[in-house]
Write a protein that binds this ligand. Structure first.
Ligand code: ADP
Ligand code: MN
Ligand code: MN
Ligand code: MN
Length: 333
């Protein structure tokens, strides 16, 4: 083959939660993906009379869907005058990641999500009414517990073939709800990998006739919401328990600032029920799934390791979440 297909992927300007967009460019094999453009007036990124936006490739991986020489090309969005677009949250993360590179920050994010049928109900829910209550679904097995495993397996395989550092998957507490984890990796790789893994999930769900949603409360009632627990460690935290506690204290001082930036509708998810702390309160504790920040029991025993910020929503912006945690934790070290 003398050409390959480059799927240019970017984050759009839809509010309150941006969507992913992509389009294909045909390139000669061996040719690096060049800067490209798109119609920002169709993505909530520009007015119609000044519609051009610029795509700058930043992270390229093998395309596991098309195979062969084909590539996925994650891009940052720029304006035509050469500045990062206001919707480009990767640019500010670049600056913070560079500033604190010596602190050795790593992230591992647990992306929860829900498969939705086209009638708007979660996969596994009857069209009218509700399935049996929460209990048997989390990490379950069997046809009455598990919905969508074929999609999940296809997605896991695709992530691995793309070279993303996915570290695991599990079925979640509601029918049709699942989780994948990526990490531990440095901040930019974390957010880039999560963005591509989200795109792959939505793309693969197409093939199975359903949607994957990152909505934080996909079903009303007595069902857990969907979060994106964000595990993090600095080199100091990986050496000392005191540094783990100091990181929790630093996050406590900026609790409200963080919560407000952790995804649309966070007040509806962080209610203080369903394994969450209320968005109005801040706490940290060992093994505590009702805390804002959980220190895993193994970390307490080892006297070093990492902590888990349980607050980010499934629909959070990983560039914002990793930037804020890096800034808050590293500036206090
Ligand atoms: P949970 O018990 O909360 O469901 P998971 O197994 O789903 O935990 O996710 C744990 C996450 O923590 C993984 O994404 C993993 O990559 C990440 N992780 C493990 N060690 C570290 C570390 N030292 N720094 C940052 N993240 C880490
Ligand atoms: Mn998990
Ligand atoms: Mn989970
Ligand atoms: Mn978790």
């Amino acid at each position: 083959m003398t050409v390959y297909k480059a799927e240019y992927i970017w984050v759009d300007g839809t509010e309150p939660t941006p969507l992913l967009r992509s389009k294909t460019k045909i390139l000669a094999v061996g040719e690096e993906p060049p800067t490209w453009g798109f119609d920002g007036s169709s993505t909530n990124q520009a007015p119609g009379d000044k519609s051009d936006c610029v795509l700058k490739p930043v992270f390229t991986v093998p395309d596991p869907i098309r195979g062969g020489d084909h590539k996925l090309v994650l891009c940052e969005v720029f304006t035509v005058d050469g500045n990062p677009h206001p919707t480009n949250t990767r640019a500010p993360l670049r600056a913070v990641a560079e500033k604190y590179a010596a602190n050795g920050m790593w992230f591992g994010m647990e992306q929860e999500y829900t498969f939705m049928k086209f009638d708007g109900t979660p996969l596994g829910f009857p069209t009218n009414g509700y399935p049996a209550p929460q209990g048997p679904y989390y990490c379950g097995v069997g046809g009455s517990q598990i919905y969508g495993r074929d999609i999940v397996e296809a997605h896991l395989e695709a992530c691995l073939q793309a070279g993303l550092k996915v570290s695991g998957i599990n079925a979640e507490v509601m029918p049709g709800q699942w989780e994948f984890q990526i990490g531990p990796v440095p901040p930019l790789e974390m957010a880039d990998s999560l963005t591509l893994a989200r795109w792959l999930l939505c793309r693969i769900a197409e093939e199975f006739g359903c949607d994957a949603t990152f909505a934080a409360k996909p079903a009303k009632g007595d069902w857990n919401g969907a979060g994106c627990h964000t595990n993090f460690s600095t080199a100091a935290m990986r050496e000392s328990y005191d540094a783990v506690v100091a990181a929790c204290e630093a996050l406590g001082k900026k609790a409200m600032e963080h919560v407000k930036a952790y995804g649309h509708g966070i007040e509806d998810r962080l209610t203080g029920k369903h394994e969450t702390q209320s968005w109005k309160q801040f706490s940290y504790g060992v093994s505590d799934r009702g805390a804002s920040i959980r220190i895993p029991w193994q970390v307490k025993i080892d006297g070093k390791g990492y902590a888990e910020d349980r607050r980010p929503n499934a629909n959070c912006d990983p560039y914002v979440v990793t930037r804020m945690i890096t800034d808050t934790v590293c500036s206090a070290e």
